[in-house]
Ligand binder design. Sequence first.
Ligand code: ADP
Ligand code: ZN
Length: 655
Amino acid sequence: MAQADVEVVEDMNVEGGPEAGEAVQVLRRVFGYEAFRGSQQEIIEHVIGGGDAVVLMPTGGGKSLCYQIPALVRGGVGVVVSPLIALMQDQVDALRALGVRAGFLNSTQDIEERRLVEAEFLAGELDLLYLAPERLRVEQTLSLLDRGKISLFAIDEAHCVAQWGHDFRPDYLALSMLHERWPEVPRIALTATATEATHTEITTRLRMAEARHFVASFDRPNIQYRIAAKNEPKRQLLELLREEHAGDAGIIYCLSRASVEKTAQFLVENGIAAVPYHAGLDPRTRAEHQARFLREDGLVVVATIAFGMGIDKPDVRFVAHLDLPKSVEGYYQETGRAGRDGQPSTAWLAYGLQDVVQQRKLIDGSEGDDAHRRRLSAHLDAMLALCETVECRRVRLLAYFGQESGACGNCDTCLAPPQTWDATVPAQKLLSTVVRLQRERGQKFGAGQIIDILLGKKTAKVIQFDHDALSVFGIGADLREAEWRGVVRQLLAQGLLAVEGDYGTLVLTEASGGVLRGDRQVPMRREPEKAARAARAKAKRAPVDLPEEALPVFEALRDWRGRTAKEQGVPAYVIFHDATLREIAVLRPASLDGLGGINGVGENKLAKYGQPILEVLAGRGTTDGGDAAGAGSGSDHAPPEPPDDIEEPPDDIDW
Ligand code: ADP
Ligand code: ZN
């Protein structure tokens, strides 16, 4: 059966031939998009031509089309390996809405359902078949595949094969056998994880050295990156949500389950629709919250990192981190979940001294050998450097992935350049306090006590330990407490100070000596309150807005979409993306033809929704629009199965 593919391939003139044109035709007819983005066309033509491909592209870059279109153009069924069982139903629904014949096989189905899909596969009635990786370990599945005709293998979330990565899935290791068993079938491995280490591991473990490698730019220009000093995180968060993202869907990441719960409750008390999500919730609730996030407009999910992989909700308008992520890689993946539709979005992180102390503690206490701890430490250092930089955040981020760029104009440091100040003297005062405590008293203390000594505060603890008798007592009264905390945080970030043990006591590092001797200057970043405000003011002017007269039309379209989605039991974005509704609201096409010319309106959707949309535009069909887009919690669609693909972490922190 694979033989047929080879013949087709040999006949094909990929460069500009009819098949190359076919890809564009499918893009327009099925997906309703005018042109390919970035390197999509090159990748698609390469795979249509039978070549293997490794694709590194950021979230929202448009990876799915890279295998969906070749699967539609090549004869046979495209087999997509994906670890995201909980999302398969939605993926398949979205494809079916486009008129693509898609199905899936996973553990959530009963035998009847599975039989049906298998029969469709064998009869050649599918274009795409989604499989969980563990299915491919079962001989039954392999022999099923043998009996059908496969057009390609797509290995989605390919970074799951990387053993040291954060999403390692042992089942992925077995995928190297695909090539041995079906040597003629092209393979395309895709991931949004961009580091060289992961890239290398994917290549070797999947035996794809011979493949063509496509590394896209990892820039996400529509995401505004902002990292703020954590002063009053709740108030800061509320301000962000109210002033910039009222009514928007978003994800808020916290480190522990307890803070997830507390934050979600806090938001609800303040009138914001929010639900918690973490590995400690029972699977049903978790699945329900995820389903609501996907289906409703404008819901906020407060989550540990166990939430979000593979969620392709396109209109997530913000991702906020209330705790410091453990690595730049993780941070970039998580923030990448914002703005997949290309519309302006915000990635906001609040970070403070406590984060550094806590992360160091976690690393010290982590399982694994020294090499493992060193690796975690290096990840954290890179994250801290990003937080403390006075340069463009985006330049830093992309440099981390080995890509060069210029200042972006759309991050906090570009919008309101921070000042640097010479903190050498305060650094010396602080370090000598640490030295004196240790030398004169044989004591180690955490940041709180040391700052109290510097400020000359006679607290009960200061008196108890007789610390007001130290010669350094009160020598730092010229700075405020918050400023001292900033000094400690930045010394930690720069490796000029370290934390130790369960209590987060401060100790010197090898590099501290240079500062104490006066051989080394210590420049620091100053976060003026003004800078934050300026960035916010600019952010508010971001062009999410529509011309005034288009707004009611957009709202009416959203109402219609909400009702239609509910009736059909699919997420609203499966009907149409916001960007498409926006374009319709602005252009107000009067005919089906005009509507068909809009981005995101393909043949199938035009046939299905064209007439109702024209009616909404004509001012009809909105009469019963009181029940705005899925604002209620009820959905007749069964929630997807709980994400049993997420490993349960042992304690309150979802690693
Ligand atoms: P990824 O899997 O890389 O995160 P997706 O495949 O989900 O990204 O694509 C992100 C969004 O961009 C989707 O909403 C998709 O429909 C849209 N998209 C992809 N390619 C194009 C294109 N060529 N033109 C317009 N929209 C596109
Ligand atoms: Zn910038």
